[in-house]
Design a binder for this molecule. Structure first.
Ligand code: AMP
Length: 380
């Protein structure tokens, strides 16, 4: 339990409640304060990144003090998808909660998620449910190798996964995922990883950002190029059609991130995140309306903003180390975002978005940034 000092004169009709107080919450508030809103964050880690820009109630997601504060808000959202679905469902019986808790339930379980894509006729890697070593052996026989074993729940940034290359490694893989309920996926030899930031308003209006190209290292997003280089209208249309099906099926409200694999002109959906997403951070400077502002517009029932790109841009995550701010800001049109976190290996502590008038100018600026200590390979 935690005590709280409410904001004096806080108008509940102008207060947005957020489950989670990480950097995504911080950037939501940075987009919402100019629109006249205040933010209350519930998160068990005291002094979380969003505490600098709103009121943080440092307690568990189901703590009555946190719940009471959220119930007094105009609308409740989340910036972190592992919040207990039951807590979101309970809140939703008293106050508008967006995205709908059903989306949280689907996104928290890889089997529900992949089954949802299959039902909607959306391309995905072949997969089978695995609840035992026997199931795993059968799934390996059916799908072939290599294949990726993933826990159904609580896997992110490549955690809770094992790539099985050889039949002899089946038992090893099962132990590596803690013998937890899992899915086995066929290994996809994709050309590149893309993501689509989609947003749907309370009235069903949708908007789609251009597809972006994502680069990961050790399972963590390092770089996003926006829009994705060589993006064709066919590819964008395929992704948008998938997006509409998922958004409508979930009766979704807010920003939804859809992660995709590209193989030629085909797209397979890997997973969804029912929240603003790291691959959309570039949109603060790279789009006419940022993903953070559009998420708030959507959940508040306001008209959505234009998601189109203002110029080619690149987002570089700062992982495990901080560069010298002055050196970063010396690069023209580079924008530094620090989350107020202490650097630790593998921890996202900030990001940089840099823009260029064309691809060549952007590439030169990205190269200059990546040459700085603490920007590229900052955790290796
Ligand atoms: P995920 O946790 O599902 O986002 O997976 C983390 C990363 O592992 C992805 O960004 C891909 O690079 C890779 N990956 C995931 N699933 C597959 C797959 N079925 N085939 C090949 N690579 C995959």
């Amino acid at each position: 339990m935690s005590s709280r000092t409410p904001i004096p004169d806080a108008d509940p009709t102008l207060t947005i409640g957020v489950l989670g107080a990480g950097q995504l919450g911080r950037m939501l508030a940075l987009a919402g304060v100019p629109l006249g809103y205040r933010f209350v964050f519930v998160d068990p880690s005291p002094g979380a990144p969003a505490a600098a820009v709103g009121e943080q109630i440092a307690c568990g997601f189901t703590d009555p003090i946190g719940q009471a504060a959220l119930l007094a808000c105009r609308v409740v959202t989340y910036e972190f998808e592992s919040v207990p679905v039951e807590a979101a469902e309970e809140l939703a019986t008293h106050v508008p909660v967006f995205p709908p808790p059903m989306a949280l339930r689907v996104a928290q379980d890889r089997l529900f998620e992949k089954s949802c894509f299959r039902t909607l006729g959306i391309g995905t890697a072949p997969f089978e449910a695995v609840d035992s070593l026997n199931d795993l052996s059968r799934a390996v026989a059916n799908l072939g190798l290599p294949a990726v074993l993933k826990t159904r729940r609580l896997g992110y940034d490549g955690k809770g996964q094992f790539v099985i290359e050889r039949r002899e490694d089946v038992a090893l893989a099962w132990d590596a995922v803690g013998r937890a309920p899992s899915i086995l996926e066929g290994f996809v030899r994709f050309e590149r990883e893309l993501s689509l930031i989609a947003v749907r308003g309370r009235d069903g209006e949708c908007a789609f950002y251009p597809l972006v190209e994502n680069h990961h290292k050790k399972g963590i997003l390092r770089k996003t190029l926006a829009p994705a280089p060589a993006l064709t209208s066919e590819l964008q249309d395929t992704a948008t059609a998938y997006g509409i099906r998922i958004l409508d099926h979930l009766d979704y409200v807010g920003v939804l991130a859809i992660e995709l694999f590209q193989i030629g002109t085909a797209l397979l959906v890997n997973e969804i995140a029912p929240r603003v997403h790291n691959s959309g951070h570039y949109s603060i400077e790279g789009s006419r309306t940022s993903q953070f502002e559009n998420h708030l517009r959507a959940i508040l029932g306001l008209p959505l903003g234009d998601p189109s790109a203002v110029s080619p841009s690149c987002m570089l995550n700062l992982v495990g180390a901080l560069p010298d701010s002055g050196a970063v800001l010396q690069i023209p049109d580079a924008h530094l975002h620090l989350y107020g976190k202490v650097p630790r290996p593998g921890r996202k502590v900030g990001h940089i978005t840099v823009r260029g008038k064309d691809d060549a100018e952007l590439a030169a600026r990205v190269a200059a940034l990546q040459a700085l200590p603490g920007v590229c390979d900052s955790d290796s």
